[in-house]
Write a protein that binds this ligand. Structure first.
Ligand code: PLP
Length: 406
């Protein structure tokens, strides 16, 4: 990437030290660092616009409402949504999936004996809400298994679709644990042809891939702002407008109503029907700034840059005696590995002493770890601001740490 120095200079946190070492931040799948443009958007909101939205008639309330709704428009255009009304602001991916699953459970669309399909690669956020839906409705949860290379078993997927009664398929686009990129376009098409509603967990896709919800053909899609250079506490649930219109609200309160009496309440239209209470106004505005930030660089360029670094890291680590990588060769975003005889936590702790921040553990994917008979991995995950010196740093930190631990 040509302008990497100026990109890096937009992230003040990269200048900080960890002990005597410079920070080598490779835990981007957990959360990304924030560029000045995003920090300034948050600050500008509180310095110049802060007011509650949608209700007030005064100047600030109107200005804050306009900025919040403009942010919705920015996100809608970014996802190629048909209209801003398809964008529901949530607190993150987890909240979006819980909203979708709870609303579907209340809708009466899912009944006893129906099937909800997820995959072996899912984050707990895309497992537990569906288990809860199954408990409420009597539906059955089925899990598309994965092969040893971390790709999904497509023949089992098609077999289960053919067996019928699949009402919902909820799958991740990119695995946060192994970096597997699922063929979500084809799987969505097949599941919808079989009559299922499709939710895509784009938490790990949004930072790396341009999303076109119309082209994808799914019904619902979720992601978190904080993995896309925006603050924590803001996320998006996109839904097809006709579906959102037909689904019941999940949470009740202010903003989501049209008229309330003690006897009866009528509900607002989407997206407001699903946004009870005061939303994260600053977060939405900062998310729009983050979307502008990635689009100014281009997600294709970001992805190409990260993939290059990840491949370089893989080849730099490959000579470590006993190293084992997880996920397929064309993985995206995250490089997961283990070194024989060394606990990932011990390795991560020693790497941290050299300023290298990686994630160790089960990555909120305990069933996937159980499938591979491991307790966790070491995961290095990449973002736009990483560079070749970060690759050298991780290779050096792993080599030295392994030597100390053996
Ligand atoms: N789904 C995937 C694939 C993730 O990687 C994550 C977070 O790591 C989540 C869901 C949950 O996201 P959040 O904690 O932002 O709600």
């Amino acid at each position: 990437m040509n302008d990497l120095a100026s990109i890096r200079s937009a992230f003040p946190i990269l200048d900080r030290k960890v002990g005597a070492n410079r920070l080598v931040y490779l835990d981007n799948a957990a959360t990304t660092q924030k560029p000045l443009k995003v920090l300034e958007a948050s600050r500008h909101y509180y310095e110049s616009l802060n007011a509650n939205i949608h209700r007030g008639t005064h100047h600030l309330a109107r200005a804050a409402t306009d900025a919040f709704e403009a942010a919705r428009g920015t996100v809608a255009r970014h996802l190629n949504a048909t209209s801003p009304e398809e964008i529901i602001f949530t607190s993150g991916t987890t909240a979006g999936i819980n909203l979708a699953a709870s609303s579907l459970a209340l809708s009466g669309r899912i009944t006893e004996g129906d099937v909800v399909l997820i995959s072996a690669l899912e984050h707990h956020s895309n497992i537990v809400p569906w288990q809860m839906l199954c408990q409420r409705t009597g539906a059955q949860l089925k899990v598309i298994p994965c092969h040893d290379d971390g790709t999904l078993d497509q023949s089992r997927f098609h077999q289960w679709l053919a067996e019928g009664r699949v009402r919902v398929m909820a799958i991740t686009w990119i695995s946060n644990a192994f970096g597997t990129v699922n063929p979500v376009g084809q799987m969505t098409q097949a599941a919808r042809d079989a009559g299922a509603l499709v939710l895509i967990d784009a938490a790990q896709a949004a930072p790396h891939i341009g999303i076109d919800v119309v082209g994808l053909g799914a019904d619902l899609l979720v992601f978190s702002g904080h993995k896309l250079y925006a603050p924590t506490g803001i996320g998006v649930l996109w839904g097809r407008r006709d579906l959102l219109e037909s689904l019941p609200p999940w949470q009740g309160g202010g903003e989501m109503i049209r008229e309330v009496t003690f006897e009866h309440t009528t509900y607002n239209d989407p997206p407001f029907k699903f946004e009870a209470g005061t939303p994260n106004i600053e977060g939405a505005i900062a998310l729009a700034a983050a979307v502008d930030f990635v689009n100014d660089i281009g997600l294709d360029a970001i992805h190409a840059h990260e993939s290059l670094l990840m491949r370089a890291a893989e080849s730099a680590l490959t000579d470590i005696d006993g190293i084992r990588f997880f996920g397929p060769a064309d993985r995206s975003g995250s490089l997961s590995f283990l070194v024989d005889g060394i606990h990932p936590y011990d390795l991560g702790t020693l790497m941290d002493q050299r300023g290298v921040a990686v994630r160790t553990g089960h990555h909120c994917c305990q069933p996937l770890m159980a499938r591979f008979g491991i307790s966790g991995t070491v995961r290095a995950s990449f973002a736009v601001y990483n560079d070749t010196s970060d690759v050298e740093a991780i290779a050096d930190a792993v080599a030295r740490s392994v030597k100390m631990l053996r």
